[in-house]
Design a protein around this ligand. Sequence first.
Ligand SMILES: *Cc1c(COP(=O)(O)O)cnc(C)c1O
Length: 500
Amino acid sequence: MHYKSTRDPGLRLRASQVIAQGISEEGGLFVPENLPRVAEKLPAWQGMDYRALAKVVFGEFLTDFSPEEISRCVENAYAPDKFGGGEPVKLSPLPKEDGNKYLVELWHGPTCAFKDMALQILPHFLTESLRKSAEGQEAVILVATSGDTGKAALAGFQDVPGTRILVFYPRDGVSPMQKRQMATQEGRNVGVCAIEGNFDDAQTAVKSIFTDPAMKRALAEKGMMFSSANSINWGRLLPQIVYYFYSYLELCRMGRISLGDAVNIVVPTGNFGNILAAYYASCMGLPVKKFICASNRNKVLTDFIRTGVYDRRREFYATSSPSMDILISSNLERLLYALSGEDSQVLSGWMKDLSEKGVYDVGPEVREKVQALFYGGFCDDEATAQALRRSWEQDGYLCDTHTAVALDVYRQYVADTGDGGTPALIASTASPYKFVGHVLGALEPGHGEDEFADLHRLEALTHTCAPQQLVSLQGKEPRFTEVVGKGQTAGYVRRALGLA
Ligand SMILES: *Cc1c(COP(=O)(O)O)cnc(C)c1O
């Protein structure tokens, strides 16, 4: 299989090249030339455990990796002890006996958010890729994070030979627990820096460092190259395709659906990576009726799905679901590439409009295609807290704030369409303990002072256990405390890497 760029259809690269490079030189995103059709393989896939399924799905895409290499990546990344034992993804039916809502728990990994599903394996993909396509080069991973990617990437890349990782996060845009997780990160090859700005500022800064020719030259002189662990990297998206097949096949195994029945997929969305992976799975043959795209108060995607106009010229809100506080959803570019009939020219025009005017309009034809596939909805912090409380009180399911946004938008979808009968797979994207202040605040007013006091109170109140990875952060000294202005990120990178 070969890959091309959304903005340059002339490119023809191997999987190892696109994973090593991260983003295409002209600023486009890498996409497979064709998505493999796997519908007739699903009966055979039904009997597989997560790791076996991951290997066959990766085999479809990583055609320049040997089966042994793929197997090594998978076994290392999804070792049972890294994901709380058993299968890395756990399905929780709601209500337990006869409901047709299923929470797909994707947060049992080392950093308690779904990002681990991809970031535990990306370093293995990347080191194999570097061996194939950039022998001897050191990969410098630059990450812009709204909170969860940063920690998951740090955990995945910590002390991985041949790699260095630098993470930028918005100083006031992450939860106290997220900040603590990143600031205490161990490892010889890691750096963490807060920026004065929001996630979009961090992402824009990182993208411009990536594409700066002078920086690239300075790096090359030191035998280094940039790569990305953000979901613009194909190696991040690919692992996310697996769990949609897995959870669908799990429903078949549980006897809740028959092979071929359509499901709805509900995803709390920020950068549009997770929901895009679901879309790719459906293009490959997974039967999906509707993709339900759930946003918080930063509802640029809801508006886009409803109007066909993507307009980032609006106020940015810091919400109780900070990992979705995003106004530029990078991966939408991949969807629009597909829905525009792979028209690079038209797509490049939209992306140019976005960066120059802050807005683009895809027109009625593409808008209708988007609407046929996606339902967009949003909720504010108040409704998020209500949904969280409802989930706990009515269904006995304690969820985090991002998952609560998904639950609320799904409720709106059912109210709007009457389609409560189609089984729904709802992505549960983080442990409630990762956003413990807001989660506890939704159940019981008057908290949010100290995250560990909150954590112990939430345990006592709900008779649930906080993940050990979070409990053990208590009392750990922060190692990284640097804050830079949003124009100073390039300087930080030069200093951290010892460049001229
Ligand atoms: C990153 C994240 C999201 C959003 O996922 P995207 O792929 O960026 O759309 C949702 N919930 C949590 C907890 C996250 O960390």
